[in-house]
Write a protein that binds this ligand. Structure first.
Ligand code: GLN
Length: 287
């Protein structure tokens, strides 16, 4: 691989069985951009630009990782989300575009109101609280996760952005969370594990092989496990007219809405993502 064009050709050849051509182009581009410091447009404009031996060896190593199915974000240890770059590793899910839609809905809902207390449950890389903090003023943001390794990533991401967010380790399924002295929140948000055994068949092998199962899967017998626990917590920890936001499994929209209604939540709105699937819910706690 002596030139940028060679590199693109080799990637197209070797990854053809695994990915679509356009996907290969964007994966190769991300890696070559990082390697050379050139933009995607520059790579397109100067395909004959040379690569040195070190660069070409690095790309070959990355290519062999890609061939095992490793997502490019884990290779780069970086993922783009809501206008920022986040550090990621296999201890956290790679942030998804549908979660950007959820963040967008929260921001539109709370607008420019300051002094909001917001809690994210199951924060992973911290992409939700960090994006909320970056796009609001004077809000106090809290985020929890059961995984210390995920929290390390989230804390690092907050530090990279110089943000003050209170991260803590806790298990939403365990009652010790209610024993903590936490403030009342204006907003509670969560994108908990929601993939069931049935959904597994449709999942990409690289998600199954590389992303943390504890962040993805919920028992088939109890698909609302996390939603019920979070709703119960929200009932005692939301201010009057506070908001609960969920990212949900597309197959359980109406069930989740009914569960929230039965607990006394009001103004429950179920929204589809850009792919047209039931993906998020906003509900108000009337107090
Ligand atoms: N949307 C993710 C996926 O399909 C799942 C996220 C989750 O379980 N919270 O891989």
């Amino acid at each position: 691989m002596k030139t940028v064009k060679d590199a693109f050709d080799v990637f197209k050849n070797k990854l053809a069985p695994l990915y679509e051509v356009t996907e290969i182009e964007s994966i190769a581009s991300l890696l070559i951009e990082e390697l050379t410091g050139l933009s995607r447009t520059q790579l397109k404009a100067f395909p004959e630009r040379g690569l040195n031996v070190v660069q070409s060896e690095r790309l070959l190593t990355q290519l062999s990782c890609l061939k095992t199915g490793m997502p490019v974000q884990y290779i780069l240890e970086s993922a783009h989300f809501y206008g920022s770059d986040f550090k990621v590793n296999p201890s956290v899910l790679i942030p998804r575009p549908e979660t950007e839609e959820l963040v967008d809905w929260i921001l539109k809902t709370i607008g420019h109101q300051p002094y909001q207390k917001i809690l994210d449950i199951g924060t992973g890389s911290g992409c939700i609280p960090i994006s909320l903090k970056l796009n609001t003023i004077d809000n106090e943001i809290f985020a929890l996760d059961i995984s210390p390794k995920a929290l390390e990533v989230a804390v690092a991401n907050a530090k990279l952005n110089n943000l003050d967010i209170s991260f803590f380790e806790a298990d939403i399924l365990n009652h010790d969370l209610t024993a903590r002295s936490l403030p009342e929140f204006n907003v509670i948000v969560s994108n908990p594990p929601y993939v069931t055994e049935t959904d597994k068949q449709q999942m990409h092998q690289n998600v199954l092989d590389f992303e943390p199962h504890s962040a993805l899967f919920v028992p088939q017998s109890n698909p609302l496990l996390f939603y019920v626990a979070i709703a119960n917590f929200a009932v005692t920890h939301l201010v009057q007219n506070g908001y609960l936001f969920f990212e949900i499994n597309e197959s359980y929209g109406p069930e989740t809405v009914d569960m929230l209604a039965a607990k006394g939540f009001a103004d429950i709105e179920l929204r589809k993502d850009l792919a047209g699937k039931d993906r998020m819910i906003r509900a108000v706690w009337p107090g």
